[in-house]
Design a protein around this ligand. Structure first.
Ligand code: BES
Ligand code: ZN
Length: 654
């Protein structure tokens, strides 16, 4: 749908300018009076700005700064203290502040009356919605400039994981960390939990003196470990980028502005694996402008971290499963670093627009990989992603309605569940298509212009499409048709005209796999000795869904897949073993499932197991043992998959 100029006016009213108001937007203030059609389109546009995953009303009042004062209690698995929000009242009639919470105990709410005085405020905590949590409704008849909430988190907070010493590498000290994206910040801070609101923050955090505390803020590599820490985040960020971690964490520098935090036994390996981080920063800066966040550090967490990486500003959180010793999986760092532009700087206004974060980031990741390691590696990674998406589409795993980039509102759905490889792979593929049509000479400055003109703001798909039309399509006419644009944005699947990635190296891998199928001769070590993680991945991805047991043993004897230390290989080998009934892998597989909590790596195994009664029993047994060590996000995914397998047809209980 096309949007008239008025839509920008509405956008400006709902999202007041942060420091970087673009000149185009300012010019719209003198637009002609709106027609009825304009008004309808504007209403639809403001609906698309609405965040269906938040109770907050940021058009009326919004948080501009947050001061946290929290104590970490490892024994109780709780954070407790205060959140003090500075408020900007936008609607002159508003006297109420609605905040998002999940499983928080609210002790009291106060409003600032000036000169450091506080008055009690009336508040009500609503019933818990399974997806949204509970609305905190605060009456503020005097429209106080600041509100202070005293609260405690639940030991089951969806956004926090508490690891007992036995679940860490050092086995001596407990460790905790947060994961706020998409809507888990509300489980550890009462706030406006929508990416449409940005705020600066400060924090004072106390912990046992043995723990180092880090946040998505100005971590000092030389901070004294004394149990008393202060942080400042001077750049305004959305709530999903609020992050904290505490444990036996030490630092090793990579460059003057980057380094690694990890447990002592991991930090050197991690710093070696991620040695190219500074080069990645320089490449990205040369393409898309200065890195605007000060330091860029990486915190390597224990293997129960539920994701590969999380782009917490100034401090990416990462899984140790990418540290394989040969730098072959460091595009994870390229990805999380790229978010410093796509996502952290220009943010999806709500979760239906997530391709603006993840698709753009996957595209930029590819550019970094290409610049540092060459086009062949970037092409292999693109081909792996594209073929995976094709399999997911073909298998019906992603409903056709979810295969569009311009998603409708996700009302009633958990944003974590609505996220698929469409946002990542189709999103990046669309940008690659634009790059190919317009050439890098035009496309690179265009993308840099998008980041610059929308820096520190939140954006919708409609807004990007408007920008694309004005700044690329109009200035380079007749390169892309309306039908092509529509296919990318509004049609399911991958457009037939999209150019597929085709790696040269994978041609050799395919030939080797085919020769094995036809003649039973496995590729010799002279060939496979030079294969990277990506080639092994492609070798396994191309196998038929099941193999005969003698084929499985032949592969295993030759390449020792069972028990592999490479999680990308394990993620593919174990489901193949399950589908093929190859039980020789069972023990190592169960060990992997208990050790690793990264969703992407273990969900394919649980899904393969859930297909047979015998497999389901095995999965139940492993889950019972692994569960205590999983992050709540992973626990929820595994529980839903197993419940669905037991009772097909009934929706999973949240
Ligand atoms: N921001 C995401 C992780 C995320 C997305 C968490 C949505 C919660 C909700 C992060 O940048 C990411 O995409 N991580 C990937 C790694 C990447 C190399 C594709 C992951 O964790 O697998
Ligand atoms: Zn990402």
């Amino acid at each position: 749908m096309r949007l008239p100029m008025l839509s920008l006016l509405v956008f400006m009213a709902v999202l007041p300018c942060m420091s970087g108001c673009s000149r185009e937007a300012a010019r719209q203030d003198v637009a002609a009076p709106p027609s009825a059609a304009d008004r309808k389109a504007a209403a639809m546009h403001s609906q698309s700005l609405h965040d269906e995953h938040s109770y907050a009303e940021p058009g009326k009042v919004r948080i501009t700064d947050t001061a946290l004062d929290l104590a970490i209690d490892f024994d109780r698995k709780q954070l407790s203290g205060t959140a003090t929000h500075t408020l900007q009242w936008l609607d002159p009639a508003a006297t109420q502040l609605l905040l998002d919470t999940r499983d928080l105990t609210i002790a009291k709410v106060e409003g600032a009356t000036g000169q450091g005085q506080w008055e009690p405020l009336q508040f009500a905590l609503g019933d818990k919605d399974p997806i949204l949590g509970a609305k905190l409704d605060i009456q503020m008849p005097r429209r106080n400039q600041a509100v202070r909430i005293t609260y405690t988190t639940s030991p089951d907070a969806s956004g926090l994981q508490w690891l007992a010493p036995s679940m860490t590498q050092g086995k001596q000290q407990p460790l905790m960390f947060s994961q706020s994206e998409a809507i888990h910040a509300r489980s550890w801070v009462p706030l406006q939990d929508t990416p449409a609101v940005r705020f600066t923050y400060r924090a004072h955090v106390t912990s046992p003196a043995t723990a180092m505390v880090l946040m998505s803020a100005d971590n000092d590599p030389h901070a004294a470990r004394d149990g008393d820490y202060s942080f400042t985040m001077p750049q305004a960020i959305p709530s999903y980028l609020l992050a904290i971690a505490a444990g036996d964490l030490v630092f090793e520098p990579i460059s003057a502005r980057s380094g690694v935090w990890a447990e002592p036994a991991m930090v050197h390996r991690a710093a070696t694996e991620f040695a190219d981080t500074e080069k990645m920063m320089q490449v990205t800066e040369s393409l898309y402008g200065p890195y605007r966040w000060g330091r860029y550090d990486i915190l390597v967490l224990p293997p129960s971290f539920p994701f590969g990486g999380m782009e917490n500003p100034r401090l990416t959180f990462a899984t140790p499963t990418v540290i394989v010793g040969d730098k072959s999986l460091v595009s994870l760092v390229a990805h999380e670093l790229a978010h410093s532009w796509s996502g952290n700087l220009v943010t999806n206004a709500s979760w239906k627009n997530i391709w603006l974060n993840e698709g753009f980031t996957t595209y930029v990741q590819g550019r970094i990989t290409e610049a540092l390691y060459g086009n062949e590696l970037a092409e292999m990674e693109r081909q792996i992603d594209q073929e995976e998406l094709a399999r997911e589409i073909a298998s019906g795993e992603i409903a056709p309605a979810d295969q569009v980039l311009a998603l409708p509102p996700l009302t009633g759905r958990d944003p974590d569940d609505a996220l698929s490889d469409i946002a990542y792979t189709k999103g990046a593929w669309f940008l690659r298509f634009l790059e190919q049509r317009f050439g890098r000479a035009a496309f690179d400055p265009f993308l840099r212009g998008w980041f610059d003109s929308h820096a520190f703001r939140s954006a919708t798909t409609d807004e990007f499409v408007d920008y694309l039309r004005q700044h690329l399509l109009a200035t380079n006419p007749n390169q892309v048709t309306a039908g092509e644009l529509d296919a990318w944005l509004h049609q399911p699947g991958i457009p037939a005209f999209a150019e597929r990635a085709r790696s040269r190296n994978f041609g050799i891998v395919d030939a080797a796999r085919i020769a094995w199928g036809a003649e039973g001769k496995l590729p010799p070590a002279a060939i496979t000795g030079a294969w990277s993680t990506q080639e092994w991945t492609h070798f396994l991805d191309g196998m038929t869904p099941t193999l005969a047991s003698d084929q499985m043993s032949a592969l295993d004897n030759a390449y020792h897949f069972t028990g592999t230390a490479n999680a990308e290989i394990a993620q593919r080998w174990y489901p193949l073993a399950v589908r093929s009934g190859y039980h020789a892998a069972d023990v190592a597989m169960a060990d992997f499932m208990q050790r690793v909590g990264r969703r992407k790596l273990i969900m394919p195994i649980y899904e393969a197991l859930a297909k047979t009664p015998e497999g389901l029993q095995f999965a139940d047994d492993v889950f019972a043992k692994a569960r205590a060590g999983y992050h709540p996000i992973t626990t929820a995914s595994v529980a839903a998959t197993l419940a669905k397998a037991r009772n097909p047809g009934t929706p999973p209980t949240p």
